[in-house]
Write a protein that binds this ligand. Structure first.
Ligand SMILES: [Zn+2]
Length: 256
């Protein structure tokens, strides 16, 4: 078979899996957002290579670190703030409309699944979200735009308007534990699905490394769509190394 024929036979199998499934869990990583122009900040030349991250402990302890932290967040937002969902995100919305989606578990903090129209109740953001801020003292949640305006107008370290506590984007920072409730629910979803699509993640860090295994152990089929190799390729029913949007779209638009 040629490369193209191989891909097209994989798309056919993938399409059949979707057809047979009624309880799909989609797990997404940075790869789906790179198709929206958001660079994978863990990759080479990414922000994590350029900067030493500010840990939550440093953030709490030092006004200087808080200034640096917010300066970087502002830069990030100015770079990626207008990113739009892409075909990959929209195809996942379509799975939801078909009544086949149990939910989306995402490592991404960009909120693009919500922007695409996926229902918030069906999304577990294991690393939190950059689209809102949380007060570390009173838990007050605000849309990110509120703090963005304050940063733009010159505030260096915006504080909670209710209690003067420290604000932070509602993401999991370095040195901060993952939300146990979100983790527990992710594992539950993984164990209950009949098809897991692991998309755009290298499946190396936890819980990304475990969720597809949990799905497989409980009888689900596993499809991995990502350009790179992953440690779980060997247990996948199907591994497709191609663009995410085009692959999902081809599988969902397939007509026999
Ligand atoms: Zn507060």
């Amino acid at each position: 078979m040629t490369g193209m024929e191989k891909i097209s036979s994989k798309i056919q199998t993938f399409s059949e899996y979707i057809c047979q499934a009624s309880n799909i869990v989609v797990f997404t990583g940075a790869g789906i957002s790179t198709e929206s122009g958001i660079s994978d900040y863990r990759s080479k030349g990414g922000i994590w290579e350029r900067f030493v991250p500010v840990t939550i402990q440093e953030f709490l302890a030092s006004e200087e670190k808080r200034k640096i932290y917010w300066q970087r967040k502002l830069e990030l937002f100015e770079t990626f703030g207008d990113a739009k969902p892409n075909q990959g995100h929209y195809m996942i919305v379509r799975l939801e409309k078909m009544g086949k989606l149990k939910g989306i578990i995402t490592q991404n903090i960009d909120g693009l699944h919500q922007l695409a129209g996926s229902c918030g109740d069906k999304i577990l953001e294991i690393h939190g979200s950059n689209r809102e801020t949380i007060c570390l003292s009173c838990g007050d949640l605000r849309p990110w735009e509120d703090v963005y305006k304050r940063l733009k107008s010159g505030e260096e370290v915006p504080l909670c308007l209710k209690c003067k506590g420290f604000l932070k984007p509602n993401t999991i920072s370095f040195g901060q534990a993952l939300d146990q409730d979100v983790l527990r629910e992710s594992m539950e979803w993984a164990s209950q699905c009949d098809l897991m699509l692991a998309i755009g993640s290298t499946l190396v860090v936890e819980p990304a490394a475990s969720l597809p295994r949990i799905a497989k152990q409980n009888g689900a089929k596993l499809v991995i769509i990502t350009l790179s190799e992953t440690p779980l390729d060997a247990i996948a029913d199907l591994k497709i190394s191609a663009g995410i949007g085009e692959t999902l779209s081809a599988a969902l638009n397939r007509r026999d």
